[in-house]
Design a binder for this molecule. Sequence first.
Ligand code: PLP
Length: 258
Amino acid sequence: MGNKPINQQPPTALCVGGTDSCGGAGIQADLRVFASIGVHGASAITALTAQNPNEILHITANTVFQFEAELQAIANYYHVACIKTGMLFDAEHLQSLLHLKQTLMQTSQMVVDPVLVASSGSLLFDADSARKAYSDLIVQASVWTPNLQEAAFFLATTTADIEQDMFEAAAMLLLQFKVPVLLKGGHQSGEVCTDIFADLKGNMIPFTHRKQKLNHALTHGTGCRLASAVAAYLSLGLALLEAIEKAELWLQADLTQE
Ligand code: PLP
């Protein structure tokens, strides 16, 4: 193992997930967010996707061997301040990440975006193993960031049910893993959408935004970018609530400048 340079500046955030050929989500978006916020972005790829905002044409998994080598190479040289997970593809890649995090990156924080389905409808993780695999990962996280659909999956209910009482849903998600949760309401119907942050004390902090009248090409990947922004601000040393507040502002600014 090579020596790690000391006092690495800027700090390094590591995105672990799939590529998105159209650039709005996935690794491409994560790296853009990291650069914009001023952290160094490293990446480990689980799968390549051929997609645009409307459809996914094909997905090819990275080999687990190559994936693990990418994580190992990063850990050998960089101190990773925060890991952000996106599309992990399957339980095998997820378990590899978990193992390497526990052995090589014990002090890194982690933001888990439990990516299961693209808004175009394609499955991005094997549904049968998702609950067990993600349970193991989420308990290691500083915060996890389900959207309405993912929240419905973990609470075994419908998105309509979640939308009816977002505070209750956030409380139940917090209880499920006893890990702070940022419930993302970006796919809510109506004029406004609300994200709710539930911390370990059970405080509920809502972030309400007027919905941007944007086409799908620009909203594709917004949940992904919000989670990456939280990871970037955590990497800069901010406390969790402050990192979330800044990430919410960063995303609104990103959406309005397009
Ligand atoms: N594709 C990849 C590789 C992703 O990581 C994600 C989300 O993180 C998506 C697609 C889903 O984005 P959206 O639901 O906005 O289509």
